[in-house]
Design a protein around this ligand. Structure first.
Ligand code: NOJ
Length: 981
């Protein structure tokens, strides 16, 4: 029993789960080819309704903290009567329903035949086998050495234990791996996420990714990452599930764009790398997610949307490299310890079973040394995903939530024993995980003591102090699950202060007629003695708190009150939320007469509130989130880019009637991404517009900082704001209805998303990418481009060899060593590595993917973390002089864009190569004092920055003929300095 305890924490419960070995998906799915034909068979007993019920149960399990169960409804007797009547009616409906279902099935099968015919059985993603081994990069040498030493001592079941989650809600975190306590390797706690610590108390609700992206402030981005990791460490979390850099923002209405940093790969890449460095410098493993092409929520995963298969994002090789994989390359270059593969398919092969993506791109070409974990239930096959490069199965459940039928766990043990997964693949998986743990220093026992002193000290599943230890199982054992550790930092280091700074710097001022902003703390800007009090009216629901508390809706899945984060797994519980209403009242206390109507409809009898004002502050918003929840008809992705809850009408009314037409209106918008502002932005009453994004817990305070000029606005748009939704181009449209049985999303616009599309088509945006105003003015001069001496060749230098990965004994152990110890008692649905009988193990010649033993040529673009090191050779330095020509101090975001040589043709084949008009390659934020003070801004350009991905060569190519245009300025359309290189 003691030995058993070492493997999984706390399992002294009765044996009540029969092993579910029959029909092992592990033996059936061997390649992407086999995936479609075999794993989907596992779904035939799968009832989508059950899945929903499961999801619902999952959501209900955890009440928002601080709320009681009061107010639960029972069905009154009249309702029961109504039910009976409905039942009679429903009998008549049965026929119709069946007819409807039959028609749908028929239509879907027709689509299915079409899809089957149009999509090759093995998908459209080339095979890449076998999986490259970790431990080839010098920077990871020590960690791999230590990891290999530890892994060599592990038994087969111990190794499997490290690779597989224990199942949904089985332990305290959203993901938990099994421990090897015998050797001092803990159960790893994996927790969301990108804006703070999900499902935890006493943490900070930081501003959303899109807000930090809008700051364009590298230092602040690093600090936010680091502060999140401090909180993670204090809560006993090993792996943070963030940052998010996919979705990239191909579709402006994409539900989860707000988790990432903006619609450009370089902005995403720099922000992701800074966040990762911050997180990992504090000793937490960061996760770059979601790899790759998860650009929309609709159909992102099997069955969630009724379709048996997830959507396929069909992306060509060049676009993949130059857009979607770029931030992942930057993350790997920054040393990220984990990458999460996404739910969707890419080129008709599941991202978590796609050997080209995981083995080829991540591990070979980008030299990734950490481990690939699946998104929650994104793994759709057993053996196939192991061979394709997946290293960790999360949350450990298989194709369905919490049914105890894992794809790995005991199935992986079996697969290794029967030879369908080679021992060296398992060793590599485990070593990658253990090496990442060493790499961030989690073997330091002082910082990371073993449980009970260490380990997670909070529960994701209850806010109570005492709770179930394994809520996902039938086990009723309870214990202290919440220790309420305050992780928020104190005094000057309080994370709330940092959150406030980020929220203020992530607020973008896009209109400021007559310099209405900043407001004066004295009320009237030039207040005279005895002058009547300045009258300020606050309007809109988005200015106040949700009356039921900021955490009223699970995972923030409703838009009530002021919007400060989006919804889904990327959300956190607010420790508090400062509403704009509260902060503005406080800020004007004693100097102005402040009144409010914090709703979106102003009734006739309240219109005086509008008429009797000098200044009106009107609030509106637009929300979205993850696709497992919906709110007000929004299923993850937004339905359009309009303000929600009649925000447009409210703003128009306020702008037209404020002070009977003589008042000034300042519009404040909280939104997950771009919104259409055409309805109101040119109204004469609208003097200023602030896009405050998702500000987190310090919302009101941060807004006041900007409104009064305590912080000079320096946020810049991390996306384009169009005049019409169509202006973003056909590729920007969410696929809301399935177009095939396997929904297909062709990324046929290629490189042309966001500003690149506007540039190509010559479309005038309302506000361009990179745009934002300040309370001061800046001037740029003295552009200097200094080419460095480097070898001007089309291709980078040959890839370096790297170091030798660790070697392991590949002998498969005797199956009897994988049996559970005698008397071992299993918890229901808990995922264990033990096989139930040696008779199940049938060693044989399993059909490996055909190319398994003929490895492809290693990518010439690889050789180190982030790719061939020569790609990062500096080819030019660029500098310019920045002058603050205004009176007040301020921060400018200086942006550098490059344009490739015009009419360029491949220097060997003569084929024309198409390029965007310009692409962002760098940015710097500088603080300069007012009154003509100057600062120098510097950039470096690398070989990769001036190369393009050539699919034919499978490499980055740097044009050596023609000249590059280098443009430096304040936005993608305001580039006063231009030079050539
Ligand atoms: C699914 C989400 O897509 C992912 O981002 C998250 O980390 C996991 N759930 C765990 O909550």
């Amino acid at each position: 029993m003691a030995e058993a305890y070492e493997l999984r924490r706390g399992k002294y419960a009765k044996l009540d789960t029969p092993e579910s070995d029959s029909g092992s998906p592990l033996r059936r799915s061997l390649d992407d080819a086999y995936r479609t034909s075999s794993d989907e068979e596992d779904l035939d007993e799968f009832d989508p309704l059950n899945y929903d019920a499961g999801t619902l149960k999952r959501k209900k399990t955890r009440r928002p903290r601080g709320e009681s169960l009061r107010g639960q409804e029972t069905i009154p007797s009249e309702k029961a009567g109504t039910r009976r009547r409905w039942y009679c009616v429903s009998r008549m409906c049965v026929g119709l329903t069946l007819l409807f279902v039959a028609t749908v099935v028929l239509l879907l099968s027709v689509g299915g035949i079409w899809a089957w015919k149009s999509v090759p059985e093995d998908g459209q993603s080339p095979p890449w086998y076998p999986s490259p081994k970790g431990g080839t990069d010098e920077k990871w040498r020590d960690s791999y050495k230590k990891a290999a030493d530890l892994v060599r001592q592990m038994t087969l079941v111990e190794k499997v234990n490290v690779t597989t989650g224990v199942g949904w809600e089985m332990e305290m975190c959203v993901g938990n791996t099994g421990a090897v306590t015998r050797l001092g390797f803990p159960s790893l706690c994996l927790q969301d996420g990108p804006i703070g610590i999900r499902f935890a108390d006493n943490i900070t609700a930081f501003p959303g990714g899109i807000t930090i992206g809008a700051t364009w402030n590298k230092d602040l981005i690093y600090k936010r990452g680091r502060a999140q990791a401090v909180e993670a460490r204090l809560k006993g979390i090993n792996v943070l599930l963030g940052p998010t850099m996919g979705p990239l923002g191909r579709m402006p209405a994409g539900g989860r764009n707000w988790e990432g940093f903006g619609a450009d790969p370089v902005l995403q890449g720099i922000a992701a790398a800074q966040t990762i460095k911050g997180i990992q410098d504090e000793g937490i493993v960061a996760t770059a997610k979601h790899f790759i092409g998860n650009e929309q929520e609709h159909f992102r995963q099997s069955w969630e949307w009724g379709t048996p298969n997830a959507i396929s994002s069909n992306i060509d090789d060049r676009t993949l490299h130059e857009l979607y994989a770029w931030p992942f390359a930057e993350s790997i270059k920054a040393g990220v310890g984990s990458v999460m593969c996404s739910y969707n398919q890419v080129n008709n092969s599941y991202a978590c079973g796609n050997s080209k993506l995981m083995n080829g791109i991540l591990k070979d070409e980008l030299g990734f040394q950490g481990f690939v974990q699946s998104d929650w239930l994104a793994q759709r096959s057993g053996v196939a995903s192991a061979l394709a490069g997946l290293d960790m199965s999360m949350p450990g459940d298989g194709l369905r939530w919490a049914d105890g039928k894992a794809l790995w766990g005991h199935q992986l043990t079996k697969a290794v024993l029967n030879s369908s997964v080679p021992m060296d693949r398992l060793d590599d998986m485990v070593t990658r995980i253990v090496a990442a743990w060493y790499q961030v220093g989690q073997d330091d026992k002082k910082k990371w003591p073993a449980p009970p002193e260490g380990g997670p000290n909070f529960s994701s599943w209850t806010g109570e102090k005492i709770g179930l230890l394994h809520p996902g199982s039938d086990d009723k054992t309870t214990g202290v699950v919440n220790k309420f550790v305050d992780a928020q930092g104190k005094g000057e280091d309080s994370h709330g202060k940092l959150a406030r700074r980020v929220a203020a710097e992530g607020t973008v001022l896009v209109k400021n007629d007559g310099d209405i902003l900043p407001l004066s703390r004295k009320g009237w800007k030039d207040a005279k003695e005895g002058q009547a009090k300045y009258r300020v009216g606050i309007f809109g629901e988005d200015s106040r708190l949700n009356e039921n508390g900021p955490n009223n809706c699970p995972d923030r899945g409703c838009n009530v009150g002021t919007l400060a984060q989006g919804w889904g797994s990327g959300s956190v519980d607010f420790p508090y939320l400062v509403s704009p209403l509260q902060a503005i009242y406080e800020a004007f206390e004693g100097v102005a007469k402040v009144t409010d109507w914090a709703a979106n409809k102003i009734p006739k009898e309240k219109e005086d509130l509008l008429h009797d004002q000098d200044l009106c502050l009107v609030f509106a918003n637009s929300d979205s989130g993850e696709g497992y929840m919906q709110d007000a008809g929004i299923r993850g992705d937004r339905n359009d880019l309009n303000l929600q809850k009649n925000g447009n009408l409210l703003i128009k009314k306020v702008a037209e009637e404020c002070g009977n037409g003589n008042g000034s209106t300042v519009v404040v918008i909280h939104a997950v991404g771009p919104v259409n502002v055409e309805f109101f932005v040119d109204l004469p009453g609208v003097k200023a517009v602030l896009l405050a994004h998702l500000p987190g817990q310090e919302s009101g305070n941060a807004l006041v900082d900007v409104l009064f000029g305590d912080i000079n606005p320096s946020g810049r748009l991390p996306y384009t704001i169009a005049k019409k939704d169509e202006d973003y181009g056909p590729g920007s449209k969410i696929l809301y209805y399935p177009n095939q049985i396997v929904p297909q999303q062709n990324f046929s616009e290629g490189l042309y998303i966001d500003y690149r599309y506007f540039d190509k088509k010559g479309i005038e945006p309302r506000y361009e990418f990179g745009f934002g105003l300040s309370y001061t003015t800046f001037h740029l001069s003295s552009l200097l481009i200094s080419p460095k001496s480097f070898k001007k060749t089309l291709l980078p230098a040959p890839r370096p060899n790297g170091i030798e990965p660790p070697q392991f004994d590949t002998k498969v152990p005797d199956p009897s060593t994988a049996l559970a110890p005698e008397g071992f008692q299993k918890l229901s649905k808990y995922i264990y590595p033990y096989i139930s009988s040696v008779k199940d193990i049938k060693v044989g010649k399993y059909p490996y993917p055909p190319t398994y033993n003929t490895p492809p040529e290693l990518s010439p673009a690889g050789g180190a973390e982030g790719g061939n090191p020569d790609l990062y050779t500096v080819v030019a330095e660029v500098s310019a002089s920045l002058t603050n020509t205004g009176k007040v101090d301020g921060d400018a975001v200086v942006q550098l864009y490059i344009s490739y040589p015009e009419n360029y043709v491949d220097e060997e084949t003569g084929e024309p190569v198409d390029f965007p008009v310009k692409v962002l390659r760098g940015f710097e934020k500088l603080h300069v004092e007012g009154g003509d003070k100057r600062a120098e801004v510097k950039f470096v350009l690398t070989r990769k920055d001036v190369s393009y991905w050539c699919t034919r060569r499978g490499n980055w190519v740097m044009p050596t003929k023609g000249s590059f245009k280098i443009s430096v300025g304040f936005s993608s359309r305001d580039l006063p300095l231009v030079g050539t290189f």
